[in-house]
Design a protein around this ligand. Structure first.
Ligand code: COA
Length: 335
């Protein structure tokens, strides 16, 4: 074998700690009944959601991201000045620029870290974690803070009952570093399909359709989704991502201890679990409390599962997500 045929040396990478944060304010399905023509029964039956958290007017994405980051640092034993990189995965940044990652860097005091935002919607955390794994694996960074944060309530048309009942605000974070005996990321699979970009979008506010009075009158500055089509693609995408990452790691669904899926809809999660023949006790759910929190969904679920004692040393934990872009992905961790 010539030297050019050799695989590059990569370091194994671990999740060293997790943290999360949600706003205090709870918006229940009954509260929504006063806003749109819907019912608690319909929302619970069609989505599994009972309530979600909504930020107040003063709170922005970086505030929740900072709170989650501090908790992740605490749980990892890493200090902010040890961070080399901060990746904030979000489609609801504080500003178009500067990046939310730079705002978090200032808030937590991580002067050595270079900072970037990453837009992969609900798959963001898995995309961000893979960027971290690449940097650390290649020896270009040691400790990377990856945050998934979303504040979709600020971009919501509160008259669109097909969308506004689904989403909530939250942040979840992880410290990624060189493998330390636990939490090793064994494999990741990521996918995207930009040909279906229009299925989930926020049309106005970018360079294609800058904000105008007309755009606002047409609700183009709000979240739009073709929920029904997304539903079918979501089930297919989540199953495919799970199977591919399990193949990459050389294991089968039967080996998975806990599925930690993107919390978009219990029916999507149930269908994915059924296709993988995973029983309900091996599927983590917190959608009833938070709804769909997009990029925060997977790290929030992972952090809650950890704090509830659902993750045991040696467990194979399978994270999977699907969202706007379209983007999807899965990551397998040996806890
Ligand atoms: N309350 C009551 N009725 C509602 C409603 C609500 N909040 N939202 C929609 N409906 C109605 C529709 O108007 C429709 O009525 P019609 O038959 O008289 O036209 C009926 O319920 C069925 O609508 P449909 O959109 O087919 O429902 P659904 O079973 O697909 O559920 C979603 C809607 C949005 C819950 C579902 O499509 C979904 O979860 N999609 C995926 C969303 C997702 O995961 N997106 C993010 C990826 S990150």
């Amino acid at each position: 074998m010539s030297s050019s045929d050799k695989k590059p040396q990569v370091r194994s990478v671990s999740i060293l700690g997790t943290g999360s944060a949600v706003p205090d304010r709870v918006l229940t399905n009954h509260d929504l009944e006063a806003l749109v023509d819907t019912s608690d029964d319909w929302i619970v039956a069609r989505t599994g959601i009972r309530e979600r958290r909504i930020a107040d007017d003063k709170t922005a994405a970086s505030d929740l991201a900072t709170a989650a980051a501090r908790r992740a640092l605490e749980s990892s034993g890493i200090t902010a000045d040890q961070l080399d990189t901060i990746v904030v995965c979000t489609v609801t940044a504080d500003y178009q620029f500067p990046s939310t990652a730079c705002l978090v860097q200032a808030a937590i005091g991580a002067p050595r870290a270079y900072c970037m935002d990453l837009a992969a919607a609900c798959s963001g955390f898995l995309y961000g974690t893979e960027v971290a794994r690449g940097l650390i694996g290649a020896g270009l960074a040691n400790h990377v803070l990856v945050i998934g944060v979303e504040m979709l309530s600020k971009f919501m048309n509160w008259q669109d009952r097909g969308v506004c009942i689904l989403f909530g605000d939250a942040a979840g974070a992880a410290i990624i570093g060189p493998h330390n005996g636990r939490g090793e990321i064994l494999a990741t699979y990521l996918g995207a399909d930009g040909t279906s970009a229009e299925l989930i979008e926020l049309p106005a506010g970018g360079s294609r359709h800058p904000i105008t009075h007309e755009a606002i009158d047409q609700q183009q500055h709000h979240f739009h989704m073709k929920g029904n089509e997304v539903f079918k693609l979501g089930v297919r995408g989540m199953e495919e991502a799970c199977r591919r990452v399990l193949d990459r790691a050389g294991v089968t669904p039967a080996d998975v201890s806990l599925l930690v899926p993107h919390q978009a809809n219990t029916r999507i999660i149930d269908a994915t679990a059924q296709r993988l023949e995973l029983p309900p006790e091996r599927v983590y759910l917190n959608i009833q409390k938070y709804g769909n929190t997009s990029a925060a969904s997977v790290p929030l679920a992972l952090d809650e599962a950890r704090r509830e004692g659902r993750l045991h040393e040696g467990d194979l934990v399978l994270m999977v997500a699907f969202g706007a872009g379209l983007t999807w992905g899965a990551s397998l961790v040996r806890w």
